[in-house]
Design a binder for this molecule. Sequence first.
Ligand code: 26V
Length: 883
Amino acid sequence: MADKANGSTATTPTASHTTNPFEALAKPRRPRAHKRSATGFIPDGPKRLNEIFPGEEKAWKDALKSNEQQLTNDVKDVNAQISRHVEFTLSRQPFNVDELAMYQASALSVRDKLVHNWNKTQTAHTEKKVKRVYYFSLEFLLGRAYDNALLNLDIKQSYDESLKQLGFSLEDVLDVERDMGLGNGGLGRLAACYLDSTSTCGIPAWGYTLRYSNGIFKQVLSSKGDQVEIPDPWLESGNPFEVPRLDAAVEIKLYGQASRGENGKAGTWTGGTDILAVPYDIPIPGFRATATNTVRAWRSRGKVSFDLAAFNAGAYDAAVREAEEAETITRVLYPSENHEAGKTLRLKQQYFWTAASLHDICRRFRKLREPWSAFPDYVAVQLNDTHPTLAIPELLRILVDEEGQEWDEAWSIVRRTFFYTCHTLMPEALETWSVDLVGWLLPRHLQIIYDINFHFLADVERKFPGDRARLARMSLIEEGSPKRVRMSHLAVIGSHKVNGVAELHSELVQSQLFPDFVEYLGRDHFTNVTNGITARRWLYQCNPALSTLITKALGSEHWVTHLDELKKLQKFAKNEAFKKEWAAAKQVNRNRLCDYIESTTELKVNRKALIDIQVKRIHEYKRQSLNILGVIYRYLQLKKMSPEERKRVVPRLSVFGGKAAPGYYMAKLTIRLITAVSKVLNADEEIREFLNVAFLADYSVSLAEILIPASDISEHISTAGTEASGTSNMKFLLNGGLLLGTVDGANVELGQAAGEENCFFFGVLEPDVRELRLRHQAGQAQYPPQLLEVVDALRSGQFSAGEGDLFEPLLSTIFNGDFYLLSDDFLSYLEAQKMVDAAFVDTSSWVEKCINTTACMGRFSSDRAVQQYAEEIWNVEPVDISQ
Ligand code: 26V
């Protein structure tokens, strides 16, 4: 059946594997006219236009052929395609085209090409009745789409030339595009990398998310150096890469009254408020592949735009209130990470999104006319953290209340459909929702959660009779006041498999987070899939200098989709000519970063300095404070040196970037400390050539693309056992930067792959963390004199214009429990930094380390990761989309 909603050109559910969609389409009946509901919206979607008269077939075929012919990539044709969008889509004339208009028109012409591949992909998936994976993520940090599309479609040269001919520079036009900042950090960017890889590897996949009208806030710095948050209304000038699917809107209910059915039979959910979910689709192209998957982002709308009766009665505010309230659901992305938000609006977002997505998936499944027991044969849903866990009771509700399935059968379907990825160990990030809030917003779901819990605890009791403490620990409901629903427990028992995101993390998920569940469900229920990154964006696109060199050395671009091939670079690691070219590529990237720093800050930087970068969300566990305290120590030592001695020191440029959650006081104070140190150093004429600090405002995917290729070393220095994986560590190493890190997250595997002789590890190990924390609590901690020297300097007001207590709250965390063990790691951190300096002096062996590191990064490709998910977890197979 035609599915306009998912972009396919259509087929019938029983169609054989035909390559000609028209054979399947041809039906001798005229399409029914669309019906309109009283509100103008059609809750179940319009009647599908799924039939074409045989007599119409030729006209359609000819027309589509002609469309296809118009998509060629000769420069003259590209000029025509762009000018058509200028003239007809934008309704402008050549003299009236500015950079924004050129961006829009040329991006739309690229979108046309993507849509063509997209339709082919969706048709193939529908015809072949494939199993699809649905990646549910409240965040998709896609960054920019244009350059990525040009490279994936291999049309960048044509566009470069075409734009030149039309009077524009492609580089400037690419720079007009705003980042799709629909995420906070690692978790959201991971989702984007994974969708890229599913398309490239031919795995049928959909990403489901929310279309926030405000993405992650923009960060600016006040004159004092504090973070100030500015909204990010990124859709202000439209988004040429999205396609609204107004016909596939669905209604989502909130509030109302619920009743249970008898003996596990259908219950009801009535009354309440209905809100519209409108999908906007973003094509995700594979690299040099036809396969193009979709990120479907839901926008909330009022069912009626305003209440005419209230309006006529003069109550203007009331007339629009309900619509306004509905639209609020997708108005803004929650800007904190690893910290529970606990807000009603956040729960509304989670339900609105999961319910709309499941509605969509069930609609697609119903067209197959298969029994519900076959649902898991066609559908795998990956839950990206606990945020989409409401999908579990929602699917149960659909199956039991709407589809009349028995409870046990429905629960079995649910448990074969979902898979859960855990991305944290921080207790404060584990979501729980108050029972009262869930019951008020989603009364039927609360009943279902209680019913799941009833059956679950009865089973635990059967396996571990009389163990009441265990029941309390494992229950989906945390007792207390208020009672709370433990979303992670629901995700664990409602899923077929649970995975962590790096080897160490997956071990800790089992031993620290869910030990009872490992005993109850068995070890096989838990597994590891180490995160990965896409080499398309994180090397090929962001680092043309190095990519060109690699391609020249390896003889082709095959490595871009087979990252293990980088291994072959090892044989060039001692080749002097190659090393020279490698260093030259790095210098191109350093220059690009230095230009950026000099154009956006007041700093003047030494372009020969060792570039040391730490960019990531600002968080106590990530320990930007350890880094900046180390910088202060270095500064104090430089001050004590004679000018002669200083000349023997390796000059250093320390770059920081990252956003603090708006309400996170310590993180904001850390930014203030970094900017304060930067000011002092930059004003110190004696020192600034040897040591400088830059805090780059508004870290984003686009800024990462400039930073990552330029690093000599990058810092990933979380307290052992706190960073689940990290993914920027992989990006830096892939670009030939070296790792300065703790034995934490994916650092461990990166070290194993690259060879420990090529990394700089330091710090306490995870098994010792508990003991050290206890020692601090008992007041038995040791504070090294080097740390005390830094603390004294800070308390003297040297970095805060005499305001000695400005940073006291930060310092006092070190002297009160030191939960993140700064004092324990400070000396070994300084030692590791010393080793970095010593190694950097020997340029030739440094470059060798860099080449060998890049050569060993194949395993950290997101292609490997999604293939592992597809084979070991989802049971989804790649599909060949013929040209
Ligand atoms: C939690 C919350 C709580 C409520 C407010 C909004 C919000 C947003 C995000 C999160 C999830 C935090 C978990 C997370 O981002 N984990 C990161 O996942 C990366 C990908 O696996 C991993 O590399 C990082 O180590 C991990 O911190």
